[in-house]
Design a protein around this ligand. Sequence first.
Ligand SMILES: Nc1ncnc2c1ncn2[C@@H]1O[C@H](COP(=O)(O)OP(=O)(O)OP(=O)(O)O)[C@@H](O)[C@H]1O
Length: 616
Amino acid sequence: MSGGELRRSISGVLTAVGIAGRAAPWVLTGHVLSSVLAGAVPVVAAWLTKLVLDRVSGAGTRSGELIALACALAAAGVVAVLTSGAVRYLAGELGRRVNLLARDRLYTATERMRGLTQLERPSFRDRLRLAQQHSQTGPTLIVDAAVGGAQSALTLAGFLGSLATLSPMVTAVAMVAAIPALLAEVQLSRRRAAMLSGISPTERRDFFYTDLMTSLDAAKETRLLGLGPLFRARMLTELSKANSRRRGVDRREFGTQALLGLLAAVVTGGGLIWAVAAAGRGELTVGDIAVFAAAVAGVQTALAALVGRVGTAHGALLLFEHYREVTGAEPDLPEPACPRPVPTLRSGIEFRDVWFRYGEDQPWVLRGVDLHIPFGGSLALVGHNGAGKSTLVKLLCRFYDPTRGAVLWDGIDLRDLPVAEFRRHLGAVFQDFMRYELTASENIALGDVDGARELAPEVAPRTREAARRAGIHDTLAGLPRGYDTMLSRMFVDEKDKASPDTGVLLSGGQWQRLALARCFLRDRRDLLILDEPTSGLDAEAEHEIHTGLAEHRAGRTSVLISHRLGAVRDAGKIAVLAGGRVAEVGSHDELLAADGVYARLFRLQASGYAPAGEPA
Ligand SMILES: Nc1ncnc2c1ncn2[C@@H]1O[C@H](COP(=O)(O)OP(=O)(O)OP(=O)(O)O)[C@@H](O)[C@H]1O
C-alpha cells in the first residue's frame, strides 16, 4: 500500500467513524464495548477450562475451588452469548442510523450542484451511482470492520499470548503464516474495488435497458415497435460483460483462499502434533493441551476474521472514496465571493454577447446573442428545432454559465448573485415538465416550497386558484378523492387494489395544465418562463390558456417559447434565433413588415389553416 493510499485509507476510516459517532454516539460506544468483551471472553474461557482440567486431573483439589471455577466458566458462556447478541443488535442499529446520516449528507451535497453540467457528465453519474450504493453500506462496513477487527485482534492477542507461554516457536510460525493472508486480502479487495468501478458504465447501460423494458413511459413504443427482444439481448450482453469481470475476480479469490486455507491447516496440524508429542514427554499438562487446542483454533479463527475484516474494510474504503469525492465536491456553479442581494427586477434582463457550448468538445449553440428583455414586457423566442431556444432559457435560469459574455439581471451579472436566492425570483414551465407521482394538490403546491422541508397547509387555497387559472380545477375536483387523489397507480397497496380511489392517471394535456398551475403558484415572481407551455393541449384549450396567459403576463416580465406562431403574436417583442444568434427582433407586425424568417414561418403555418385555394 503506497503512502498516499494509506493516508486516504486512514482519512476514510476517520470519516466513517466520524459519521457513526455523529449519527449514534451511544450506540457506537456500546458496540465498541460489547465487541471488546466478546473478543476477551473466548480467551478467558480457554484459561478457565485449563484451570478446571488441571484441578480435576491433579490431586488434592478442594471441591469449593472447583465449583467456583465451574461457575466462572458458566458465567463466561453466558457473557459470550449475551455479548454476541448485543454486538449483532448494536451493529444493526448503528447501520440504520449511519445510513440515515450518510444519505442526508450525500443528498445535501448533490443539492450543492445547482447547475446541470455535473449531472450530465457520465463520469460524475457513475461516481454518484457508486456513492449512492456505498453510502448505505460503506460507512457501516468500515466501522464494523474496525470494531470487529479490534475484537478479533483482542482475541488473537489473548490466544497468541496463551500460545507463547506454551511454545514461542509455534506462536512465531502462526504469526508469520498470517502475513501472506493479510497481503492477499488487501490485494483481492483492491481488485474487487477496481472491478466494481470498471463495470460501472456497463451496469448503467444494463439498468437503462432493464428500465426501458418495464417503464410505463416507454411501454407504448417498445411494444408497438417490438423492441423487447432487442433490448433484452442488449441487457443480457451488458450483464454478461459485467459477470465475466466479476467471475475473474471470484476465481482469483477462490484460488487464493484455498491456498491460504491449506497454509492455515498445515500450521494448525503441525502445532497439534508438536503439542501431543510434548504431552507424551510430560512437558505439557492436560489443561495445557486444552488451552493449546483452543488457542490454535482461536488464533486461526481470529486471524481469518481479522484478515477478512481488513479485506472488507479495504474494499469498502476504496468504494467509500466515491462517496467522499461526491460529498466533498465543489459546487458546479461557483458561488460569488461577495454575493450581491438579488434586486426585484426593475429595468430588465440583458444577454450581452453570450456564447455558449455544452462542453469544450461540443459545437457552439449560441454565438454572440445580444438580447434585451424589458421589465414588464413579454418576449417570445422562436426558431427552428435545435436553434438554441431552450438553451437560452437554461442560461436565464443559470443552470449553466455562459462560455463567453454575460447575462445581466438589472445590470448585475447572474454570476454575482447567490443562485438559490436568484431562482426564487423565477417561475417556469419547462418543455419536459415533471409529473410527480404525488397527490393532485401536492403536484401544484410544489410550485411554492422554496427550501421548506414540508408543504405549508396555507398553500392549499392557492393551489385551487392556480388550478382554476390553468383550467384544470373541475377535473381535479371531480377526482375520487378530489385534490387529495394520488396521481399514480404505482403506490397502490395490495388491499387498495380494487378501489379506483387510490390513484388515477391523467392525460398528457391534463398533466401539462397541472404543470402550468404549479407555475401559476409562483406568479408573484419577477420573471415567468414558459417553454412550450401548451404543446400538448387541444386547439380550444390552447387558445383559452394563451388568452389567460396574455392577461396573466400583462405587466409582468415573461419569456415564451412556442413553435405555434399564433400563440406568440401578442408578445411585446419576438426574437428569432438562427445560427446561434438573434436573427430578427421586433413586434409581430414589424417582423411581418420586415418580411424575413419570421414572416416566412408565419405565412407557412397560417397557410396550413386556410381553406384550400385561399391565400393565408
Ligand atoms: N444537455 C445538452 N448537452 C449537449 N448538447 C445539448 C444539450 N441540450 C441541448 N443540446 C444541443 O444544443 C442545441 C440546441 O438545443 P435546444 O434544446 O436549446 O434547442 P431548441 O431551439 O430549444 O430546440 P427545440 O425547438 O427542438 O426544442 C441542439 O443542437 C442540441 O443538440
